[in-house]
Design a protein around this ligand. Structure first.
Ligand code: FES
Length: 113
């Protein structure tokens, strides 16, 4: 079982904020949406844009500035345009005021709506 590794103090990532972190050899976008944390692969599956640095939040979606693809932060699923490649997700835990990142979660549904 993959271990959980600390990547960020909770006090350093407020609601609506995104930051780039690295865990388990993977660059990730760590997000805080309404005090719930999410970790998604940072590279846009279209052309590799770093979504942790260049993406912007639009509600529950992380939007790539290049071609406008948008991903549901909660599932990693691409929602604009719907279907197609998703972002990989990792499990999150919070302990001792630190955000920890754990194993990969199952992939989001990739079918078209
Ligand atoms: S690189 Fe992200 S939508 Fe094209």
């Amino acid at each position: 079982m993959a271990e959980y590794v600390p990547v960020c103090p909770t006090a350093e990532l407020g609601p609506g904020e995104v930051r780039e972190v690295e865990a388990h050899g993977e660059k990730l976008a760590l997000l805080n949406i309404g005090q719930t944390y999410y970790a998604l692969s940072a590279a846009c599956p279209n052309d590799g844009t770093n979504l942790a640095r260049e993406g912007r939040l639009d509600g529950d979606a992380l939007v790539c500035p290049n071609d406008g693809w948008a991903f549901d932060v909660r599932t990693g699923e691409r929602v604009r345009p719907r279907g197609g490649p998703a972002l990989r997700r990792r499990a999150i835990a919070v302990k001792d005021n630190q955000v920890l990142i754990g194993p990969r979660l199952p992939e989001a549904f990739r079918g078209a709506a």
